[in-house]
Design a binder for this molecule. Sequence first.
Ligand code: CDT
Length: 307
Amino acid sequence: MSRIITIGAAQLGPIQKEHSRKDVVERLIHLLRTAATASCDLVVFPELALTTFFPRWFVDDITETDHYYETEMPSPVTQPLFDEAKQLGIGFCLGYAELTTDGHRFNTQILVEKDGSVVAKYRKVHIPGHEHNEPNRPFQHAERYYFEPSMEGFGVWKAFDARVGMMICNDRRWPESYRVMGLQGVELILCGYNTPIHYVPDPSQDILQGFHNALVMQSGAYQNGSWVVGVAKGGNEEGVDSLGQSMIVAPSGQIVAQALTTDDELIVARCDMDWCARYTGTLFDFEKYRRPEVYGRITSQRGVIKD
Ligand code: CDT
């Protein structure tokens, strides 16, 4: 048996401050059309795919950045993306900054089916960086100022004849993200990211960014018997270099496609959802082998406690 989803990981190059939403949506539509020629069923775009990565700047009045957030989805400016995808019969996953009607700000990703219906919305759980201005940094990573963490956690939805979950950027570094979805039978995890190469708190990690990116997604895929699609917004954005290396990882943990540039680039793989059972039905048969009775600390404790 096989359940093939042809998936396109639509990496984006930088989006500069002066680039309009309209320009960006045109780039997304171009990638969608390229995906159509490769017979894709689903195209995955990065985290905050409609704007520059604005948490790199701090402002005293957060409302000055309201224009970076979406208050509706689709909106008049993003509607052409939805229309094109529906016409091409391709589903998509899109990351954006969300401002709710009651004033909450989330780092959000939605999943849209081939018929244009929004099947799921995920809001980022692990918010990295800092909440206050740190003027001595070469650039800010003030996500904790601009976004509140989701209390909804990691869902898994039936879509594309598969069990699909989502996570966003820093979530991919935490094994709990994958496992919570693994325990819901996830077969396909979609993850957009913006990862600056320079990690200000410990620059010795800069050279390892690509290694760590692959390490976490390959292990998350393997340990949960799931496909993982990680999609970057890479390149030099407003003077800050970000990692590309978008990839599609099989349930074996093997990388089956990887981006070569840090620009707009589509990579494609035919992903068989039935491969997941080779792992979840054998070595990672959770029902048979997991020991939740000795894992209590995982949910009862946040930081390290040393006796
Ligand atoms: N967007 C995002 O979550 N980026 C973080 C950067 C490191 S924390 C400053 C990441 O985990 O890739």
